[in-house]
Structures are given as C-alpha cells and as structure tokens.
Design a protein around this ligand. Sequence first.
Ligand SMILES: Cc1ncc(COP(=O)(O)O)c(C=O)c1O
Length: 383
Amino acid sequence: MNTKELEQQYELPVYPRREIVLVSGKQARLYDDQGNEYIDCAANVGVSNIGHGHETVAKAVYEQYLALGNCYSMFYNPVRARLAEKLAQLAPGDLNRVFFCNSGAEANEAALKFARASTGKPEIVACMRGFHGKTMGALAATWGPEYQKPFAPMLPGINHVPYNNFDKLEAAVGDRTAAVLLEPVQGEGGVRVGDREYFQKVRRLCDDRNTLLIMDEVQTGFGRTGTMFACEQFAAPDLLCLAKSLAGGLPMGAVLCNSRVNVPLKSHTSTFGGNPTACAAALASIQVIESENLVSNAKTLGAYFLEQLRGMRSEKIREVRGLGLMIGIELKEKAGPYVQKLMEKRVIALLAGATVIRLLPPLVISKEEIDTVVVTLKEVLSD
Ligand SMILES: Cc1ncc(COP(=O)(O)O)c(C=O)c1O
C-alpha cells in the first residue's frame, strides 16, 4: 500500500485531507513525494514560524536527546530552568511563572483549571468564533456546535459572547466568572483582529471584577503578528497560553502566569511537560527568532503582503484583514475551491471558516516569495 492508502486504512478519519504527500521542507518551501515544490503559506497552522529544517533546532534537539531526552518535572533540569527564565523575560507585564505542557489545547485546559483554582469561581466567558482546542475543557470554550455536538454534554458554565463587543462581554462577566478567555486575533474563526480599545476595556473590567484575563496566543505567539506576543499590542493578560511555534516544530505548550495565579501542589501535572528535548528546541527556536529578526520581518513583510493583497482587484474578495504575517482574505463565496486551486499552482494556504483563505507563512518567507503568492492569488481569483 502507498502512503495515502496506509493512512486511510490505519488512522481514524478525523482530518479533511489534501491529496498530496509531503516529505520535506526548507525555510518557506515544502516538497511532495513527486518532487513538486510549494511555497508554504500555512506553516503547519502556525507551527513552523522559523521555517522548515532549521539546523539550529535540529542540532539542539539531537544534542539534548543524547544528553538527557526526558526528565520528569519531579527533578530539576537546567534546560527547563533556562527556558522558564527566557519565557519570563520575553513575556510582557508580570507573567513570571510558567507551566509546561504539550499542545495548545492542553495549555488552554490548564489555564481554565488555574483560573478556577485561583479565583474559587467556576465560570468562563469566551467568544463566539473563538478556537481553543478540542480536549473536553478547551472544547467547551471553543465555539462551534459542529465540534461540540458529538461529545455533549459540555463542561457547564462557559458563556460565549460576540468578539470585539465590550457591552455584551461586560454583561456576561458576573461574580461567578473566573476568567475571560480571548484570542488577540481569532485565527480559526476567520482571522479577525481584536480591537485594542476593546482589549484595554476588558483588562480594566477583569481588574474591577476580580476576574482573570486569559489570552490564547497559541496561534499568534512568537512573532506571528509583528510583536513577540500579540498581547503586547492589546493588553497584558494574567495567563498567556502558548504552543504551536514555541518549540520550533516539536510538540510543546506553556501557560505563563502572573502572581494572581495560584494552584495547589500536584493539582495539575504532565508527564512530558517541560521535557528537556522540547525545552532545548524551544530555546534554539527563540534564539533563531531573535537572531534572524523574525519579529520585525513579520511586521514589515506582513504590512507589505497586506498592502499587495488590498491592492488586488477581484470581485470575489469581500475583505482582506490581518496583523503581521497572519492574514485572511474573506471571499463572497466558499474559499475551499480556491485553496485547492492555489495548491495546484504550488501555494499551500489554509481555510479559516467557510469563506476565508488564511495565510500563515513561516516568518522566514521572502519578499519574492510573497510576490509569487500574490501573483498566484490573482490568477486563481480571476479564473
Ligand atoms: C488559538 C488556538 N488555540 C488552541 C489551539 C489548539 O491547539 P492544539 O491543536 O495544539 O491543541 C489552536 C489550534 O489551532 C489555536 O489556533
């Protein structure tokens, strides 16, 4: 059996698949098993910010795995310690402590638990079109009956309000609200950029009502939006959830917390959380982001990309929006066929909802590659 047949036979069919078999990647390029080259505008849904096949991370992983690949957090470990310190230094505000886990859903799951434990309150306010992962707790915070329905009943006490609407959010935050959970830019929900004033008002509201602010930066973190963390452009949270690009492509999640967050000993742990291999990858990946100026790259090239796309004339486009290298092109019709056509023309893009083409290239993408993507989009959207 070939690759496709094997995966189809032996894996649960929970992912909608594209008909190509990817086998390698370098920087912002991907290659399939037929030798075709693609410009990557998906970065594994925001994982590969530093690009594919980065030798700095490969070397760090290799060396750390040989030295000590795993080290349960009952023992101290120098690599984990250095990463914890580095994240605390990078994070805005007073987010000085970290809990390590292995994915975005796990980071949000932990944050929801930490908010309950820290406040003694049970409820959460989240947003319509928000996406926070698919484990039971995170799923209840994720918007979307289609995801929730097969697994009902959901965790109770999670209220969804419209995004960027302060009055509706204020009305939903009561004395039982442990936390407000927000993405600074809604990714899966259609690349909807948060309003700065809204976030600042939410911050003040959370302070006034003794409610915690959780920011889900699983997709926006590590330079994607033109700052190391998007919250730097919005408001400082009490809990900051990270994953995806944190460890340069290895599975890792983290929740950064300020001093308002307190959890009892042993109340939340993870076998793989903070394993030295992932920590070494994360340290190396952050070093790459810093030394290759990828945050400012995302800012300047993101602005350039947006400008090119906004200048594109197509009857099919309703709106182009985004922040840094997180871009959405909302069409007046279904976007799926256009994402497929882009792939046939060797550009890999994503969907965000039914009508939005989402572009999340590695932050190492070049201006020339962006120009090629814009030309290809023009072709595809004028067909
Ligand atoms: C904002 C956000 N939060 C959480 C998640 C879930 O992350 P994971 O798939 O690693 O569980 C995602 C995944 O796309 C995401 O975009």
